[in-house]
Design a protein around this ligand. Sequence first.
Ligand SMILES: [Zn+2]
Length: 251
Amino acid sequence: MKKTLLAVSTVALAFTGCHHTLNVKPIKHTDKGHHKHWNYKENGPAHWKEFSKTCGVGHSQSPINIIPGKTIRMNHSYDLSMHEDVNTMAKVIDNGHSIKVTPEQTGTISLHGETFKLLQFHFHGKSEHTVDGKRYDMVAHMVHQNPKTKQYAVVAVFFKEGAASPILDTIIHNVGKSVKLDPKDLLPKNDTEYFHYVGSLTTPPCTENVQWYLMKKPMTASATQIEYFREFYVDNERPVQELYDRKIESN
Ligand SMILES: [Zn+2]
């Protein structure tokens, strides 16, 4: 069962090249590609409601601005436990929206008694979430899914300019190839401090009920790495969305 679901997701991804559109049905792609497609330009975020209504009407959308002084205490039943340490071959592709990495063998995270598998991770040329209104230089989104409920959980790791990141080097120099890596190398040593809230995928279909965990401790990437990455993508960020009545937790 698990295998079938993953296979369907992979087919959908292969067709659309969208990094977040994991639940697009393959049937949508039988129209010989004449439908228009979302992007960050003429069919940018303001038009995404034409691709998925949720992007326009949802009240739990992502990304958002985090104001650390306005967070509430973490509900510990949603504490994150990560098991990402898997040495594996991974496929690195430029999917038209981002650089996306799909590991062959994947780690898991658990929260609220449920296990989520790492499907893929990808990068944005500036962070999508802001902290006190500030964007980080880059961000990695590690997209997980609960194979039983299909719910998503995304772990975001911010990058600021500093020392070079070995795993980022591995990735940006192997676009279009398969390479050996360990997704755990993306994570800060202190992975127990984060912001948590419930939001959405940040690209169409903007699916809601996504568990977001934003690592407080940023990783570093060198100026050269950031520049190199931005030759692929720099403006692939959705603007911050209204918080509405949601609360952001912090531990
Ligand atoms: Zn993303």
